[in-house]
Design a protein around this ligand. Structure first.
Ligand SMILES: [Zn+2]
Length: 478
């Protein structure tokens, strides 16, 4: 894996002025430091520089701007200043984009970052060591520091794969300190994201989530352009209640009303039939609701979702291994907006390219291509559609001047890419995470030449290993 090539960091720092500048500490803006806890406490984030990407194949994902076969993107003060051919940017550092696709960073819309560090305990062919038993048995013993380390590790993996915005679906918030730990990890990572505050694993189904603390955190986050707050709800249908809890519509009404009073969006796992009907009957569907895993629903469900402007997040890599049909074609055809998610990197991989390709494959397999799903639409689902789902479309998801600069450069010169032809086709059919050369979030260059510019990935891994060892001891895991 390229991120393990620590020697490349040193080479990079000594040969590239921009990277050298990026490695300098003190990158937090006055706005960051004024927020107190927003200031990074470990790896200092690189400064927001001024730079221009020149000569890239630019996919803006903005229908008004279109694409440029050879174009420039000028970034200043964390924002996209200009996109065009031969953009004038005197004094700006030049990043050579030749042979690269420049596009918005990927937007993930559902990811349980707290489970990341449990990866070494997993084994796909041993039923006792798959995702649910492992995350439940060890998750019950998490200290806040374990949550922090896991989220840091997950976000590092996200960055390396070109994900610049994530929906941190925290369904093991064991105390206010655990919530704070996850939020701190998000802030220190430099990614943009929503923190979906959830229950603690193993919590009694008749116990309400801690809305006093959720209100406290909402106040603490305030109007941060990098970080927003929502809640994640326990399942309402009862079908998957064994390890994650299941609540009845009355409890859902109580919790969701409390969230809505705070103006917080809601997200919910909904594999299986029944939940959408229950929610619809209880009057709980709305545009502030995101559902996850569209499997085993029916036409009445799709109509209700479209009517109430509910969003769906599909996690293609995991869902393809579940029983039942992946129904995103029907759901999209019904007018429901669908975005992409990684879900977890405990059982799956962080690979948005593979997610797009899987959707294309499943669509062909299930509909024989009757549902038209273009490669451009797949890239939209992985970028601007995700930004819309999370309420971030005003600042990310497309390379639109005035939006914040969340972009990636994807190399096209590796042998597996060949002569790429159409760039959307190449992104879906050929590209892989190791092709992501450069990752910029909010104008900060967090990855360059396929390496972290400031983050010490080796330390994150070592810390995670320490946590896993302690968790295994606490849980008597052999
Ligand atoms: Zn999930």
């Amino acid at each position: 894996m390229r991120e393990n090539h620590f020697d490349r960091r040193a080479v990079l720092a000594s040969t590239t002025a921009l990277a050298a500048a990026a490695l300098m500490p003190g990158g937090a803006s006055a706005q960051d430091t004024a927020r107190g806890t927003a200031a990074p406490q470990s790896d200092a984030l690189p400064a927001r520089g001024e730079f221009v990407v020149r000569g890239a194949h630019v996919l803006t994902m903005d229908p008004n701007l279109g694409d440029l076969a050879t174009g420039d993107v000028h970034v200043r003060d964390g924002a996209i200043a200009a996109v065009g051919v031969a953009v004038g940017a005197p004094g700006a550092e030049v990043i050579d984009g030749k042979g690269m696709i420049c596009m918005p960073g990927f937007v993930d819309t559902h990811w349980h970052h707290w489970t990341t560090l449990l990866r070494p305990v997993m084994q796909a062919d041993d039923p006792k060591r798959t995702y649910f038993p492992v995350t439940f048995a060890l998750g019950l013993h998490y200290a806040p520091e374990d949550s922090y380390r896991s989220v840091r590790l997950g976000l590092a993996q996200a960055l390396a794969a070109g994900v610049t915005t994530t929906h941190n679906w925290a369904h093991n918030v064991r105390s206010p300190a655990h919530a704070d730990a996850e939020v701190r990890a998000m802030r220190e990572s430099g990614l943009r994201g929503r923190f979906a505050y959830g229950p603690a694993l193993g919590m009694a189904n008749d116990q309400m989530m801690d809305f006093a603390d959720i209100a406290r955190l909402k106040k603490e986050i305030g109007s941060d352009p990098m970080l927003t707050l929502g809640i994640n709800s326990r399942n309402v249908d009862g079908n998957l209640g064994g390890t994650r809890g299941a609540i009845d519509p009355a409890m859902a009404k109580k919790e969701w009303s409390a969230a809505r009073e705070l103006g917080l969006p809601i997200t919910l796992h909904t594999s299986g039939s029944g939940a959408i009907k229950l929610l619809n009957e209880a009057g709980l569907l709305g545009p502030d609701l995101q559902l996850v895993h569209p499997l085993n629903t029916d036409a009445a469900d799709w109509a209700a979702l479209a009517k109430h402007d509910v969003r769906y997040s599909v996690s293609p890599l995991g869902e393809a291994g579940r029983s039942g049909e992946m129904q995103f074609p029907e759901i999209m055809q019904a007018g429901v907006k669908v975005s992409l998610s990684i879900d977890n990197v405990t059982a799956e991989r962080c690979d948005c390219f593979a997610c797009m390709r899987m959707l294309q494959t499943i669509n062909r397999h299930r509909t024989g291509g009757k549902f038209k799903l273009t490669t451009r639409k797949l890239v939209e689902m992985a970028t601007i559609d995700g930004a819309e789902d999370l309420g971030f479309a005003d600042r990310t998801g497309s390379l639109t001047p005035g939006k914040r600069a969340d972009l990636i450069l994807v190399r096209t010169d590796e042998p597996h890419m060949g002569d790429i032809g159409d760039p959307y086709d190449a992104l879906v059919q050929l590209a892989q995470p190791s092709d992501v050369d450069t990752v910029v979030v909010d104008g900060r260059i967090l990855r360059r030449n396929g390496a972290f510019t400031a983050l010490d990935y080796g330390k994150l891994l070592a810390d995670a290993a320490q946590s896993v060892a302690a968790l295994k001891t606490k849980a008597n895991w052999s």
